[in-house]
Design a protein. Structure first.
Length: 318
């Protein structure tokens, strides 16, 4: 169970959300402020960084396995890495499923978790209206997350969870709130830096950046407008989260969790069917079954990221 889930089950969901918002704010603002510096660094070092990518991917895969506790845990982690890696390699290299990432990722990380909650629903208690104090630990976690976001934006197939794992190893913190600030910052900074990578390197590193690349080739004027749009989106998103947080948490605590899970699962299945058809539904089900392995084997859910790491590593070394 992830830190945010644990805090919500204990009635501390408002505090968890506040920590994430703080991290997102710091990561987004720092990312925007460092945009030009990041672009200069990326331009000067890209050829060197590109040569390191296979080693970073291999190191990340090894870290996912070695995170397991004792030898039994490592074997379980390896089993999940091999299963999800084989699935991702086959799907992304040989299958003809349209929009394969949607059913693959939704099945591994979404449907599997939702199915478990349908089978064994966890009651969501009323969330306590806590006041979260901005402290040095939260700010430090958010700033470390900004550095992690910069790394993620340059290395393909590495997610925020892997970046958080790296940062936690280098600078550990046992407080769940600090971890949430870290991951919120990584996601926000990665979003900003992925557009910087698109502008300076021509390399989109996120789905949103890919969509923008398909629509328009960024000029200097469009780049400025994009930066302003990101700043506005960051501000609007934070404001919406703050204003809607209390209402949403009250609504969720009054609704059975299995009903919420069923509604989300039905919506996801419908989107997969519309985007990928029957082959996508089959992949969605298979990915969900593989996504159950971490729970069955008691290892980290992030081991399923091997579904992207393995085919990407093959692309760089194959």
């Amino acid at each position: 169970m992830l830190p945010g889930h644990r805090m919500t089950i204990k009635g501390n969901g408002m505090h968890a959300l506040a920590c994430t918002i703080i991290g997102t704010t710091v990561g987004g603002l720092a990312g925007l402020a460092l945009f030009p510096l990041y672009g200069l660094f990326a331009e000067k070092t890209w050829e060197w960084v590109k040569q390191l990518i296979p080693f970073v991917l291999a190191f990340t895969l090894a870290a996912l396995v070695l995170e397991g506790k004792k030898w039994k845990g490592k074997v379980h982690a390896l089993t999940t890495v091999l299963a999800s890696g084989a699935l991702g390699f086959f799907v992304l290299r040989y299958s003809h499923v349209q929009e394969p990432l949607l059913p693959l990722i939704s099945g591994l990380f979404g449907a599997s978790t939702l199915a478990l909650n349908l089978h064994n629903p966890s009651p969501i208690p009323e969330q306590k209206p806590e006041r979260t104090t901005i402290n040095a630990g939260l700010i430090a976690g958010a700033l470390k997350g900004c550095a992690g976001g910069a790394i993620v934006s340059l290395v393909p197939a590495v997610s925020a969870s892997e970046a958080a794992l790296w940062v936690q190893k280098l600078s550990p913190s046992k407080k769940a709130g600090h971890y949430l600030a870290l991951t919120g910052s990584i996601n926000a900074a990665n979003t900003v830096f992925s557009f910087a990578a698109l502008y300076y390197l021509g390399k989109p590193r996120s789905g949103t950046a890919v969509a923008v690349q398909k629509i328009v080739s960024l000029t200097n004027d469009q780049f400025i407008l994009l930066a302003l749009a990101m700043a506005c989106a960051l501000g609007f998103g934070i404001l919406a989260a703050v204003l809607l947080a209390r209402t949403c948490t009250q609504l969720i605590s009054k609704t059975p969790s299995n009903i919420i899970s069923a509604a989300v699962l039905l919506t996801t299945t419908t989107l997969v069917a519309l985007a990928s058809g029957i082959p996508g539904i089959i992949l969605f089900i298979v990915a969900a079954l593989v996504g159950l392995l971490p729970t069955a084997l008691h290892c980290r859910k992030s081991t399923c990221m091997a579904a992207l790491l393995v085919p990407t590593l093959y692309y760089y070394v194959g």
